[in-house]
Design a protein around this ligand. Structure first.
Ligand code: ZN
Length: 266
């Protein structure tokens, strides 16, 4: 099933199920519990991020070529950092370049996002996918100056700004999508700048869930960003290519769709 979240023309938020003819039918109930798809055509005035994250966990340096391009060694275990739920942004809404706490080195990162559907802890990789509600596209927007130079060796400051976690445009449920070998790419103003496959991950989705759930409850609504492939602006030669106001970034993952956000100044 392809699930969207949207505002109706009165400004109320709903979930809906996209149909093959392009329409969407309203969903009744709890997408993490029991729900049903009604016969009522959804009044989609504006698309929202397909879920409201309860937390956003991120894995760094998880594609072999990306680790190489940043000069980092491939880690022995998945590297965990977090983004705040304040960072959530909807499809089509702007990524804001921080101006109050200024950054001049804002970068894009296409990522497969995994949404946990049922609470889990100490999950083995064999059972990991049973706890996944579905998958969507994410942009792990990163202020490299704060991430690398100004954050006291912690990445979080540079990853945490408002609008730095666009998600969407839809959630494809786990019964419809295998996450292991999907094309994932980024277009910056129409030019392809990242282009890889999820099969290049150092730690695949089951391995990530096994590790992150170790002695740790993953609550429903946990969104896991699974790392980005090579081609980030930071590693562009001869000079890094930072996002500027007026740019447009699209993340596309095979079987999920395209997540597009314009870039504006705060
Ligand atoms: Zn990332």
């Amino acid at each position: 099933m392809k699930i969207i979240r949207h505002l109706d023309s009165k400004g109320a938020a709903h979930y809906a199920s996209e149909q093959t003819d392009g329409s969407a039918l309203r969903i009744e109930g709890d997408i993490y519990g029991s729900f049903r798809v009604t016969n009522e055509v959804a009044d989609v005035a504006r698309l929202l991020a397909p879920v409201v994250p309860t937390q956003i966990l991120c894995v760094g340096l998880n594609y072999k070529k990306h680790a190489e391009e940043t000069g980092a060694k491939l880690p022995e275990r998945p590297v965990l950092f977090v983004k705040g739920i304040n960072a959530l942004q909807h499809p089509g809404e702007p990524i804001l370049l921080p101006r109050h706490l200024r950054s001049d080195e804002v970068d894009y990162e296409c990522e497969l996002a995994v949404v946990i559907g049922r609470a889990c802890k100490n999950v083995s990789r064999e059972h990991a996918l049973e706890y996944v509600l579905g998958y969507t596209c994410a942009n792990d927007v990163s202020a490299r100056d704060h991430q690398i130079k100004l954050g006291g060796s912690q990445w979080c400051r540079g990853k945490f700004f408002d609008t730095f976690a666009p998600l969407g445009p839809r959630l494809v449920t786990a019964d419809e999508l295998q996450p292991h070998n999907l094309r994932i790419h980024t277009e910056l103003n129409g030019e392809t700048v990242q282009d890889s496959r999820t099969s290049d991950m150092a730690f695949d989705v089951p391995a990530i869930i096994e590790y992150l759930s170790g002695s740790t409850t993953l609550v429903p609504g946990t969104v896991i960003l699974t790392g980005t492939p090579s081609g980030v602006g930071m590693a562009t030669k001869p000079l890094p290519r930072w996002l500027r106001a007026g740019d447009e970034v699209t993340i596309e993952i095979e079987g999920i769709g395209r997540l597009t956000n314009p870039v504006r100044e705060e």
